[in-house]
Design a protein around this ligand. Structure first.
Ligand code: PLP
Length: 427
């Protein structure tokens, strides 16, 4: 095939080929820890990174590699590193860029666990994070200093329905010689391709829509291959690496430097590796990603529009609604749809939220999103509990707000369930 291969074809075929040993059509689960070397020279060449191959499954595994290749193809990157979770992916994405005294600038509108990681965990590494309203581009510029090593945002911020202006943020990152890292979990590469909009790195919690049925946790980092790591700010990638006998990753591997570093140093030394079973479930999920996202988006649009007119509802933050301040940006950056995750503020406050959550029958009350089934959570008492009240409001998780992750059931059934629960909540 010589033409540009379409998304629906790539989601099934990228990274997969009939198994060379057996002809197995589906990617086998290579349930092995280690791989037999042909001889001592082969082993030495693998350890020297002179030859690419399999050594030990903390570093690489063929099932996990197939997933990495598929994700790189779908996001338009040159390589990917799969990790044990989305949080591992974030930490691993930043690890090659950071060092004690270095900082990142990140959006205030992020997944609650990410805000906790960036504030609490960072400190123990001597890193720091400055949070800014990324709609205020002047504030973003002002927050970047000589020690800033990345700019970080989410495509559609979880949970508030904020759409990040990725092209504008990428331009600022470029100007300052730092990568823009985009968490594309809630949009998926079907709805948005951050790399085409100028991002350097994309991170994912594959736990969510990519796997799509709430079975396994996982994460991934995809590199655009376009960043100049030798601009003086990134010694781990540009200068001799003491943890790898003085190898200079950028000089040696060019566009693949970041991916090779992620495997050879990141996975080898931090060990936040995806296991082959998880990779298998996620490969299966991705085969139907576009079909599921179309249904997620269609249902979310219907449900959000219905909720907005309900007397018990104060506000709905779905970026696909005319009332959303992000509608125009969503149409421009997310032409296939604004995702399926949004929040609803109830006039009845905290009490009504709890009553609604407890009254739903089809929806599951869980700390997850991006599942085939519809999910709900009261963020302020759960995922965003560790945040201060000000952080909760800034992240779109005020006490009178519930977050919905709209599934791919029949839209009418989702609405009927919400209708009966809202009746009870406002009784
Ligand atoms: C879930 C999630 C994460 C964390 O991923 P895990 O797989 O749970 O570690 C990060 N970012 C976003 C946007 C998420 O939804």
């Amino acid at each position: 095939m010589t033409q540009d291969i379409g998304f629906d074809t790539l989601q099934i075929h990228a990274g997969a080929r009939p198994d060379p040993a057996t002809g197995a059509r589906q990617v086998p689960i290579y349930q092995t820890t280690a791989y037999v070397f042909r001889d001592a020279d082969h082993a030495a060449a693998l350890f020297n990174l002179q030859e690419v191959g399999y050594i030990y499954s903390r570093l690489t595994n063929p099932t996990v590699a197939a997933l990495g290749e598929r994700l790189a193809a779908l996001e338009g990157g040159v390589g990917a590193v799969c990790t044990s979770s989305g949080h591992a992916a974030q930490l691993m994405a930043l690890y090659p860029l950071m060092g004690p005294g270095k900082n990142i600038v990140a959006s205030t509108r992020l997944y609650g666990g990410t805000i906790t990681q960036f504030t609490q965990v960072f400190k123990r590494f001597g890193w720091s994070c400055t949070f800014v309203d990324t709609d205020d581009l002047a504030a973003v510029e002002a927050a970047i200093d000589d020690n800033t090593r990345a700019l970080f945002c989410e495509t559609i911020a979880n949970p508030g329905g904020y759409v990040s202006d990725i092209p504008a943020l990428a331009a600022i990152a470029d100007k300052h010689g730092i990568p823009l890292v985009v968490d594309n979990t809630t949009a998926t590469p079907y709805l948005a391709k951050p790399i085409e909009m100028g991002a350097t790195l994309v991170v994912h919690s594959t736990t969510k829509y990519l796997t799509g049925n709430g079975t396994v946790t996982g994460g991934a980092i995809i590199d655009s291959g376009k960043f100049n790591w030798s601009n003086g700010k990134f010694p781990s990638l540009a200068e001799p690496e003491p943890a790898y006998h003085g190898l200079k990753f950028h000089e040696t591997f060019g566009a693949l430097a970041y991916t090779f570093f992620g495997i050879a140093i990141g996975l080898r030394d931090l060990g936040m590796t995806m296991n082959p079973q998880a990779a298998h479930y996620t490969l299966m999920g991705i085969e139907t990603l576009s079909l599921r996202m179309q249904k997620h988006v269609a249902n979310a649009g219907k449900v959000a529009a219905w909720l907005e007119t309900h007397p018990a509802v104060e506000a709905v933050t779905y970026p696909g609604l005319d009332s959303s301040p992000y509608k125009a940006r969503a149409e421009k950056l997310l032409p296939k749809g604004a995702g399926a995750l949004f929040t609803v503020a109830l006039k009845g406050g905290y009490e009504a939220c709890v009553k609604m959550v407890d009254s739903l029958e089809l929806f599951s009350h869980v700390a997850n999103l991006g599942d085939a089934r519809s999910l709900i959570i009261h963020s302020a008492s759960t995922t965003h509990r560790q945040l201060t009240p000000e952080q909760q409001v800034a992240a779109g998780a005020a006490p009178n707000v519930v977050r919905l992750s709209i599934g791919i059931e029949d839209g009418e059934d989702i609405i009927a369930d919400l209708a009966q629960a809202l009746d009870k909540a406002s009784a």
